[in-house]
Design a binder for this molecule. Structure first.
Ligand SMILES: [Zn+2]
Length: 200
């Protein structure tokens, strides 16, 4: 079971790394910090507040971008994953959010909703922590917050525009050409072999 988890984790890390190669994002790891002089940084006035639609009761909550992303990252990736994987998830989630807003929300009074089948998964801090064992609640939440804050305002672009940052949880050996799945053209989502590595 442990081997399977490690194997899945490696695939997920590859999944995040490969798209970065094909875009102009350049994330380097130095002293465990994300450092990138070329990576686009949001103007502070852009996308600073997110209107989030809660599908359960139809209410709309206004959150600042990072507060919103705490709920996204903690909903999308287990908090016990490596911090660099969580940072990658934070950048992908921020990019996906910006793309959605920039290209027109599906919702009349909100920028995005909390349903992964419609927009992007989101969970409140209270509900997230309730699902973690008590001894890990503070540690895990702080890790999520760090992943988001350390990548503050950073997102992925292609030709200067935010990419449509699709992501998935694992790969069967290679990625598929995006146009074969959804049609249209997404030049930055190409077929890429993923490395199968045997974990010992
Ligand atoms: Zn939606």
């Amino acid at each position: 079971m442990k081997k399977i988890i490690i194997y899945i984790l490696i695939l997920i890390l590859l999944m995040f790394t490969i798209p970065l190669i094909f875009t102009n994002v350049n994330v380097k790891e130095t002293n465990s910090e994300v450092v990138d002089s070329a990576q686009p940084v949001l103007d502070k006035s852009d996308y600073s507040n997110i209107k989030l639609l809660h599908n359960l009761d139809g209410s709309v909550e206004e959150l600042n971008m990072n507060e919103y992303l705490y709920g996204v990252v903690s909903a999308e990736m287990p908090a016990n994953y490596e911090i660099e994987a969580l940072k990658a998830q934070a950048i992908v989630a921020r990019t996906y959010t910006i793309y959605k807003i920039k290209n027109g929300s599906k919702h009349e009074n909100a920028d995005i909703c909390d349903n992964s089948n419609c927009c992007q998964a989101w969970i409140s801090k209270e509900n997230r922590q309730a699902r973690w064992e008590e001894q890990f609640r503070d540690e895990y939440w702080e890790k999520i917050v760090k992943a988001v804050n350390d990548t503050n305002q950073r997102y992925i672009t292609y030709n200067g525009e935010p990419i449509n940052a699709f992501f998935h949880s694992n790969s069967g050996g290679k990625t598929e050409l995006a146009s074969n799945v959804w049609g249209g053209t997404l030049p930055y989502l190409q077929i890429v072999e993923t490395v199968r590595r045997r974990c010992i």
